[in-house]
Write a protein that binds this ligand. Structure first.
Ligand SMILES: *[C@@H]1O[C@H](CO)[C@@H](O)[C@H](O)[C@H]1NC(C)=O
Ligand SMILES: *[C@@H]1O[C@H](CO)[C@@H](O)[C@H](O)[C@H]1NC(C)=O
Ligand SMILES: *[C@@H]1O[C@H](CO)[C@@H](O)[C@H](O)[C@H]1NC(C)=O
Length: 413
């Protein structure tokens, strides 16, 4: 454990707007760093269960099933006719973390995404028509920016949309941890899903660098570049339900969890933080089942918990009145339904319990009594996705040195 004085904590109150309050930045190259997130309370209110699901499918290249596609189209159309941006409600659709780029520092709120490996930002090169309220990075206003000549990046999605642009090297600081020559991918085009997400100024990828999309020379993630200056090559994610969470780099805060920290090997062959749970149980006293492969990735950039169809079906059999609703493209139930916990086996004696309340994700429409489920099918992606619904139930260690994930329970109150 580092001395408290070693930690530089950048804090933004939940609900702070993008760029409104710069984080406190201290000296660089401390061996550890910690910082607190902001929740994206400006995320368009309600009806984003299907959008969250569609976003995950897009990210992993799955063509949207027709019913989900029409659910999303309907919601987006409603948005553009003005139901968007009413008083934000508190749902955990996305978590944002302040990051400083350039000199003097330009602060952008980025989505830390352990399921991708590009650091890309809205910028002065992004067409105005594709920017809503995002803070933009302007390399011309940074004395330390340098164009990476000839380099480009592109992320494409299952539905054919894509974001792309060119690349600068610049100083990037997260909490008190700085990388001098980080590839900052400047968006010259963004897909409409990103434009609509007005508080999200870009992504900071924390999967393995092998997934980075910069051509012709692949670039390292921020974490890969920072690793050498860290005490240990780890970062931890401590996401919270309905509150800002914390990312720590370089150390494991033993006071942040309870019980055992249990490590499980990571299969890095696809560039993700992929692990294999030993099984699952529905309800804290339910029978433990290990017949279905639950291999999947720990993905802070996905909102929901996406599991094999058979597991999803089994789970909702235990929720009275739950049904697959094709108008929503996913499982829904009465908002008053009591949902069982979902238990994930990490090793033979340790489990993580996702409380049923986290799986009651949100009403399908404002004031609706029908709620969209936090567990949905991973149909077609090829692996499960342990997104925020699962991750916020645990303290999770991403250990690149030993290629393993550590899981511990924590106080969820
Ligand atoms: C920087 O400024 C130059 C000159 O005004 C302009 O041509 C260029 O597009 C700007 N670059 C960015 C990244 O905004
Ligand atoms: C910790 O792990 C040990 C063995 O790995 C197990 O016997 C024990 O029950 C676990 N304790 C908790 C609090 O989970
Ligand atoms: C789930 O449903 C099965 C079959 O109806 C039942 O045996 C089991 O007790 C239920 N579990 C929970 C946690 O509700």
């Amino acid at each position: 454990m580092p001395a408290l004085s070693d930690l530089l904590v950048a804090t933004l109150a939940a609900g702070g707007l993008a760029g409104a309050i710069p984080p406190r930045i201290g000296t660089t190259n401390t061996g550890t760093t910690s910082l607190t997130q902001v929740r994206n309370t400006n995320f368009v209110r309600n009806q984003h269960g299907p959008i969250a699901l569609a976003k995950a499918y897009r990210k992993y290249g799955v063509p949207l099933p027709a019913d989900l596609k029409s659910a999303v189209t309907r919601i987006v159309q409603k948005r553009s006719t003005g139901s968007a941006k009413t008083t934000p409600e508190e749902y955990d659709n996305e978590y944002l973390t302040p990051v400083s780029i350039g000199s003097p520092a330009q602060t952008l709120n980025l989505d830390f995404d352990t399921g991708s490996s590009d650091l890309w930002v809205f910028s002065s090169e992004t067409p105005r028509s594709e920017v809503s309220d995002q803070a933009v990075y302007n390399p011309n206003k940074s004395t330390t920016s340098k164009k990476l000549n000839g380099a480009s990046w592109e992320i494409s999605y299952g539905d054919g949309s894509k974001s792309s642009g060119d690349v600068y090297l610049d100083r990037v600081t997260v909490g008190g941890l700085s990388v001098k020559y980080q590839a900052v991918e400047s968006a010259q085009q963004v897909s409409k899903e990103f434009t609509a997400d007005s508080n999200n100024d870009g992504l900071l990828g924390l999967a393995f660098s092998v997934l980075n999309t910069v051509q012709p020379t692949q670039q390292n993630t921020f974490f890969d570049n920072a690793k050498a200056s860290l005490d240990t090559p780890v970062f931890t994610a401590d996401l919270k339900a309905g509150a800002p969470g914390t990312y720590n780099f370089g150390y494991i805060d033993d006071s942040a969890y309870t019980g055992n920290l249990t490590f499980t090997p990571v299969d890095v062959s696809q560039g993700f933080w992929m692990f294999t749970p030993t099984g699952y149980a529905i309800g804290s006293t339910g029978a433990f089942k290990s017949t279905t492969s639950l291999s999947g990735i720990a993905d802070t950039g996905t909102t929901l918990l996406l599991l094999p169809k058979s597991v999803v079906t089994a789970y909702y059999k235990n929720v009275s009145g739950a049904k697959y609703d094709s108008s929503q493209g996913g499982y829904v139930f009465n908002c008053n339904a009591k949902l069982p916990d979902f238990v994930i086996g990490i090793d033979d004696s340790n489990t993580i319990t996702v409380p049923g309340s986290y799986i009651n994700f949100e009403p399908t429409e404002p004031a609706s009594r029908t709620c969209f489920g936090g567990i949905q099918s991973d149909a077609g992606i090829g692996f499960a996705i342990y997104g925020d619904v699962a991750l916020k139930a645990a303290f999770v260690v991403f250990d690149a040195g030993n290629e393993q994930l550590g899981w511990a329970a924590k106080d969820l109150s």
